[in-house]
Ligand binder design. Sequence first.
Ligand SMILES: Nc1ncnc2c1ncn2[C@@H]1O[C@H](COP(=O)(O)OP(=O)(O)OP(=O)(O)O)[C@@H](O)[C@H]1O
Ligand SMILES: [Mg+2]
Length: 503
Amino acid sequence: MSDYILEMRNISKSFAGVQALKDVTIRCKPGQVYGLVGENGAGKSTLMKILAGAYKADAGEIIYKGEQREGATAGEVIDSGISIIYQELALVSQMSVAENIFLGREPRYALGVLNLRELHSRSAALLTRLGIRLDTRLPVSELTVAQRQLVEIAKALSQNADLIVMDEPSAILAGSELDQLFSIIESLVEQGVTIIYISHRLDEVFRIADEVTVLKDGELVETRPIDQLDRPTLVELMVGRPLDEIFPQTDHEQGELVMVAEHISSDTILEDASLELYAGEILGIAGMVGSGRTELARALFGADPLTSGEVRLVTNKGASWSNPAKAIESGLALVPEDRKSHGLFTSLSARINVTLPILSRITRMGVLQSQAEDEIVEAAKERLSIVMASADQEAQYLSGGNQQKLVLAKWLETNPTVVILDEPTRGVDVGAKFEIYKLMRQLNDRGIAIVMISSELPEVIGMSDRILVMNAGRIVGEFAHGEASEAGIIELATMADSGANHS
Ligand SMILES: Nc1ncnc2c1ncn2[C@@H]1O[C@H](COP(=O)(O)OP(=O)(O)OP(=O)(O)O)[C@@H](O)[C@H]1O
Ligand SMILES: [Mg+2]
């Protein structure tokens, strides 16, 4: 038998008009961590979906545990010891956390009756192993995106796999949650499990991978041991040219006060949050999963009704709002973290997604000006380097990162006063990340104020003019640009009994 647990040889795959993979070969040994990296649309998820049996390759072969695999179904692939944590979360939202973790493999009594006690206790044990406290009876629809991501990881662990593929598992995890994920990966590897780890966060790849494979435009660029790589080299292999990874700054003074929130609470974890927002600044919001960052964004936007306090613009005659439609009318835009259910119309074309919020602007006497529309879509595509076969491609067939860019493009066209970005670079490749940063600074230069929620601490620190730290639903501290450090933010974000230290 060979040294490899898995070989994917000469894999090719096309979708109508798009060659997603060309002659790609990867080989994995047991007990190793393989980083799989590349720009948005490079073909990483497609390769893994072929491994999962979700897509059939046009050419090539898969040799797993020494045997050539022929046309296995997704179920057979799982039974053979491969589990995949998908980039697009795939949980059933009406079902509970525990039911999702054991979907199709529920523990049963001898007569086939569902053993609910066992179901919940085994789920709880898995979650504890991940260091998460979560009621296993909660329906998934009530979880945040980050919590869903953790449930996906628990689900993969429950399958006792020999090979685990993680497609962007960490996209919204930070600090101690990441440490938790990495220590789980380490212990799996000690037990001989093989991990294929896809991430746009290259620091993570350097932290855990033994070898890294780079894909570009569907082709294999290179596979190299991690100790023969440094970050600039890896970025150059991915992007095809050297890239300056420096956060763009603006040099203007703090602008006028544009928006205030006074002691706002909502029917969520959010409690007594106050903040001021100035024209042309980026206000970063840091915190752990479940600390109330997304809830703060939703409360500011009128998406969750306030139970106390007030949010209002200082400009625009002190407008206030109680629902998202009025917020948009007042000049707010929210780019949500859950792009699948709130950000995109996945079965509509990329073109419609970009121009939807501004239809009135490009419609003359009820007729859509398709030339104006084409120009806007073309400009957005250029600016954010969105990879799509054409503007008529349905949003669901774009790669994960390109979907994210599409959501951003859509809101940037509305010309808002305040933009709230919830995890704006989640799943976005390194080149496009810096395009998005530049774009944010261009918005600042036009006086637009930005609230940015991010789990990526280097990004929060590099981009924010001020940083608020959240913990257990409250704002527990503020840093000015230049004063913040990762350690300082993590300390405030993980401090117990934060309520006593409210500032
Ligand atoms: N079902 C599909 N139909 C049509 N095109 C598809 C489909 N799935 C993927 N593609 C295309 O194949 C290419 C590779 O996509 P893939 O999702 O594998 O990229 P990726 O490397 O995972 O990118 P990201 O980092 O953004 O997740 C893209 O051009 C994408 O639009
Ligand atoms: Mg992908």
